[in-house]
Ligand binder design. Structure first.
Ligand code: XUL
Ligand code: CO
Length: 436
């Protein structure tokens, strides 16, 4: 029985269509820079928002109308939800999805029962994944919702919470492997602090690193060759999350000898909460060689929290795809819609509108980015701006043949530095607008 009987497979109808349930820009097999859009964008639906989001907020109850969901924590409900999710993924035409272990299956009365529940639901996911060819982009464990994680998981002062989290990630790696998942994400959850007076920061960070090393070791042991990601976020739920932004994550990974094992999964709303742009975070990761995947969404600049809205701003999606292309495109990563429909958008059809809008915005962003790159205006400008480093003194400095003394001699000889040229910010912004 169909959960979306009135909705057929969403197809590309072109920019002029008036059909709200069609793509205007996303054409899966259209070639851009020698690759299909499908392979460039690698779209993924976030199970937690789209199939577990209820619309509840601190002021009110659930609002979402989900006729297929009986609201219970039963295994039957969980398994049925998986079938509905795959009908949604299929109709939307996404190649991937992502989930937390606890999104898909209910917790039991102890860890053994919880693991059995998970296995039972994963069997249905496996069936549906094989039937449709829709694959897990990355798996992750929910190490933040249960009260046992009130003080964090890997950074908890309670070593039993650490042990439980280890067991949970072990299991989650196993199911991610079984489902052919291409990655595994660590988002900090409650790894951070509310108050430094009760916190041994050094010890917590050491534990977090130990935990991640255990995950890397276990992945090797079971033959999980997927990419590990760490997802920066500065605050919420804690006052300070240890993975606060791309630079903090990279520093942590280097300090604890993890940099070869994890890349970053960057999220727009987390970047803006950190006081950065998504472009900044992507450049920080890209230039360090750890740009892995993105959680596509957007925040509301007038609100100070993680609103996780669907991205529709072409300027933003252009920046995302320009930077992804600049750093060689997604390998194991993709565009995962870590976004939720508003509480007021409670009908099932809103889930379609939201994802169609996000996919179209990213498809357009990809095309705009490719056109900008084909013309090479921006690249060319940046290249020229650094031309003084290509020959003569600049090239010598880069080659390491100078020191303070030789540079002083050079400058004493010349008397003053050569003049600067304009940064042309306004002109560049105008040029970008000719493409968007
Ligand atoms: C929370 C967030 C998570 C991660 C997965 O802000 O983004 O949903 O993406 O745990
Ligand atoms: Co996220």
């Amino acid at each position: 029985m169909s959960a979306f009987p009135d909705i057929s497979k969403v197809t590309y109808e072109g920019p002029e269509t008036k059909n709200p349930l069609a793509f205007r820009h996303y054409q899966a097999d259209e070639i851009v820079e020698g690759k299909t859009m499908k392979d460039h964008l690698r779209f993924s639906v976030a199970y937690w928002h789209t199939f577990r989001g209820t619309g509840a907020d601190p002021f009110g109850q659930a609002t979402m109308i989900r006729p297929w969901d009986d609201g219970s924590d039963s295994l039957e409900n969980a398994k049925n939800r998986v079938r509905v999710a795959f009908e949604f993924f299929e109709k939307l035409g996404v190649p991937h999805f992502a989930f937390h272990d606890r999104d898909v299956a209910p917790e039991g009365k102890n860890l053994a029962e919880t693991n059995r529940n998970l296995d039972e639901v994963v069997r249905v996911i496996q069936e549906e994944s094989d039937r449709t060819g829709i694959r897990l982009l990355w798996g992750t464990a929910c190490l933040f919702a249960n009260p046992r994680y009130v003080h964090g998981a890997a950074t908890s002062p309670n070593s039993d919470a650490f042990a439980y989290a280890a067991a949970q990630v072990k299991k989650c790696l196993e199911i991610t492997l079984a489902l052919g998942g291409q990655g595994y994400t660590f988002w900090g959850g409650r790894e951070g602090y509310q108050n430094l007076w009760n916190t041994d920061m050094k010890r917590e960070l050491d534990h977090l690193a130990q935990f991640l090393h255990m995950a890397v070791d276990y992945a090797k042991e079971i033959g999980f060759a997927g990419q590990f990601y760490i997802e920066p976020k500065p605050k919420e739920p804690t006052k300070h999350q240890y993975d606060s932004d791309a630079a903090a994550c990279i520093n942590f990974l280097r300090q604890y000898d993890l940099i070869d094992h994890l890349k970053l999964n960057l999220e727009t709303n987390h970047a803006t909460l950190a006081g950065h742009t998504m472009q900044h975070e992507m450049e920080v990761a890209g230039s360090a060689g750890v740009l892995g995947s993105i959680d596509a969404n957007t925040g509301d600049m007038l609100l100070g929290w993680d609103t996780d809205q669907f991205p529709t701003d072409i300027y933003l999606t252009t920046i995302c795809m320009y930077t992804i292309l600049k750093y060689g495109g997604f390998k194991t990563g993709g565009v995962n819609f870590d976004a939720k429909v508003r509480r007021e958008s409670f009908e099932p059809v809103d889930l379609f509108y939201a994802h169609i809008g996000g996919m179209d915005a990213f498809a357009r962003g990809l095309k705009v980015a490719a056109a900008m790159r084909a013309d090479g205006v921006i690249d060319g400008f940046v290249r020229d701006r650094y031309a003084s480093w290509d020959t003569g003194l600049g090239a010598e400095i880069e080659a390491g043949t100078h020191d303070f003394k030789s540079l002083e001699r050079y400058m004493l000889d010349r008397g003053d530095a050569a003049g600067n040229t304009s940064g042309r910010q306004e002109w560049l912004e105008n040029v970008i607008n000719t493409y968007v």
